[in-house]
Design a protein around this ligand. Structure first.
Ligand code: NAD
Ligand code: WQD
Length: 342
């Protein structure tokens, strides 16, 4: 019989919480571990409000092998979805060891215990950042990886190698690497969403905080790129669509009869959208005038990157569904909810 129990590390975070909702909706049993380093316990409560379901939540650090072993001993999940990591690119340049320590150790611990306890399936959260400044767009899973632009990006490249090598060496282990492009938006209930601490690094939370009056003005980093409107191009993927990609990946892992499969999938829309277009769509979708100025380029930014997601469509049966304007309405509804704006 299929083991439909899943351990979700980092499940109180932005993408993790949306994925837990989709797992519960699809009748998976879920155990969440998170140390709340970058999330709030309210996310766990709100997942239960959205789904009407309760599930075990353990506040623990996945870098702490002894605590993680107790979770493996107590719960007979067959699969792990591993989100637990730090993700602030700029901070990773300032404090590389913090990133190498957390992002590598937590994943090594997960894989080591999966091997010890003979747990079969793991999904790893990777990132489009592994492509660096690719020579051609859109990027496919075969596009050669360039040196990462940050220690954060390097942790993703290293973890991908850790997984590939471990699957090769461990009978019974299967892995899927999902390379997320730019996750944006929030659950349509406005009960869960992104909770940046301090000044947001990412574009959409900066936009919604500017619209909410928390930030006086958005800086558009670079208007002189070699793109149609001069601003950078990204592939903005709705967070609920992204969460659903994990269900499709899990179904595929559970369909394997043996082990030692390791696969990689791009998770994006397949459409490049410029920073300017994102701002314009946010304004029109929400009937808001945003205060923004053009500023210098931000160091480390690639001019453009978007996904070829056809492999995910072909092999996982997954594709993005939510129109960008709906995603941007959901993001604004979430921001208004957490800022108590009517
Ligand atoms: P997030 O910070 O909202 O969620 C990560 C969660 O992991 C947080 O709740 C945090 O408290 C927890 N965590 C971190 N270290 C931990 C540890 N040692 N032990 C236990 N819990 C720990 O980030 P997110 O945006 O939801 O990202 C989830 C994953 O997806 C990360 O691996 C991230 O690198 C990756 N990713 C994110 C993006 C993005 O733009 N958001 C893009 C590509 C890949
Ligand atoms: C998008 C565009 C900025 C803020 C990062 C990580 C990547 C992945 C997703 C984790 C860029 C511009 C931004 C602002 C702006 N995360 N911008 N003003 O850099 O594509 O990707 O998040 O894996 O690894 O690198 O996302 O949202 O920071 O920026 O003009 O205040 O918006 O210059 O062109 P990015 P982002």
């Amino acid at each position: 019989m299929k083991n439909n129990k899943v351990l979700v590390t980092g499940g109180a975070g932005y993408i993790g919480s949306h994925t837990v909702v989709e797992l519960l909706n699809a009748n998976y049993e879920v155990v969440v571990v998170d140390n709340l380093a970058n999330s709030e316990i309210s996310a766990i409560e709100n997942i239960s409000k959205i789904t009407g379901k309760k599930f075990p939540f353990i506040q623990a650090d996945t870098c702490d092998l002894a605590s993680l072993r107790k979770i493996f001993e107590a719960h007979e999940f067959g699969s792990v979805i591993h989100f637990a990591a730090y993700k602030a690119v700029g901070e990773s340049v300032e404090e590389p060891l913090k990133y190498y320590q957390n992002n590598l150790m937590s994943f090594i611990n997960v894989i080591a215990l999966m091997k010890e306890f003979k747990r079969a399936n793991v999904i790893f959260s990777s990132s489009a950042t592994v492509y660096g400044d690719a020579d051609e767009q859109p990027v496919t899973e075969q596009t050669p990886l360039k040196p990462a632009n940050s220690p954060y990006g390097r942790t993703k490249q290293i973890c991908e190698d850790i997984l590939k090598d471990s699957v090769k060496a461990c009978e019974g282990l299967n892995g899927i690497i999902l390379r997320y492009f730019n996750p944006v938006g929030a659950h349509p209930s406005a009960l869960i969403g992104e909770l940046p601490r301090g000044v947001p690094n990412n574009l959409l939370p900066f936009i919604t905080q500017t619209a909410a009056g928390i930030r006086p003005c958005l800086k558009v980093f670079g208007k002189d790129y070699d793109t149609p409107d001069g601003t950078c191009i990204r592939d903005f993927i709705d967070v609920v669509d992204l969460a659903k990609a994990h269900i499709c990946a899990l179904e595929r892992l559970l369909s394997f009869s043996g082990g030692q499969n390791c696969e990689i999938y791009n998770v994006g829309t397949g459409k490049g959208v410029s920073v300017q277009e994102l701002i314009d769509t946010f304004e029109s979708a929400n009937n808001i005038k945003l205060n923004y100025v053009y500023a210098d380029r931000r160091s480390g930014d690639v001019p453009e990157v978007w996904a070829d997601p056809s492999k995910a469509k072909r092999e996982l049966g997954w594709q993005s569904q939510t129109p960008l304007c709906q995603t941007l309405k959901n993001a604004w509804a979430w921001q208004k909810n957490i800022s108590s704006i009517k």
